[in-house]
Write a protein that binds this ligand. Structure first.
Ligand code: CMX
Ligand code: CO
Length: 145
């Protein structure tokens, strides 16, 4: 069901400062930046590797305010790993299967994620304390001739 680890999401107070740290320390490159109002975050994707099912990334997350998922996480736990995202071929199908196995779904329907992806979250309390995201990559654009 899981094809790969798509990204690890890291909560931080200052996105620009953390981007600079990851760039100079691990030689990673930012490939996308986005404000996602629905998720309450300002975020950046730093590319690690490409695989058959798609790329893998570090996702740096700064909250848009205190009353957001990442804002509450930072207040409670401080900076650190916020979630792990698995690449799946079909997020709706994965939700139905995993929900049928008793895991609470935080999203009944997929939402908009980074770089045109479709995403959905599973409740951390039902996944051993790990906030889990499912990611379906966008359909590939046709090659230009
Ligand atoms: N990892 C593990 N456990 C977590 C967690 C996390 N990231 N966030 C919260 N929890 C735990 C809390 O510790 C708390 O447990 P206790 O009751 O034992 O203290 C419990 O879950 C409820 O947390 P809360 O403080 O009530 O926080 P919220 O109201 O924010 O609810 C959650 C938590 C996971 C339901 C909510 O954050 C959510 O819906 N997240 C999904 C959306 C999201 O995180 N979006 C941002 C990322 C976007 C992206 O990746 O693109
Ligand atoms: Co994510």
């Amino acid at each position: 069901m899981f094809m790969r680890i798509d990204h690890v999401g890291i909560a931080c107070h200052d996105l620009e400062e953390k981007i600079a740290f990851f760039e100079r320390t691990f030689e990673l490159t930012v490939v996308a930046r986005e404000v996602n109002e629905e998720q309450g975050v300002k975020e950046a994707m730093l590319h690690i590797a490409d695989g058959e099912g798609g790329g893998s990334y570090i996702q740096l997350l700064e909250p848009l305010g205190p009353d957001t998922p990442v804002g509450r996480f930072l207040a409670k736990r401080g900076e650190g790993v916020h979630h792990v995202a698995f690449g799946v071929p079909d997020v709706e199908e994965a939700l139905e299967t995993i929900g049928g196995r008793g895991v609470r779904l935080l999203d009944a329907q997929p939402r908009h994620g980074s770089m045109g992806s479709s995403i959905a979250f599973l409740h951390p309390k039902d996944v051993g304390g790990m906030l889990t995201e499912l990611v379906q990559a966008p359909p590939r654009r046709p090659e230009r001739s």
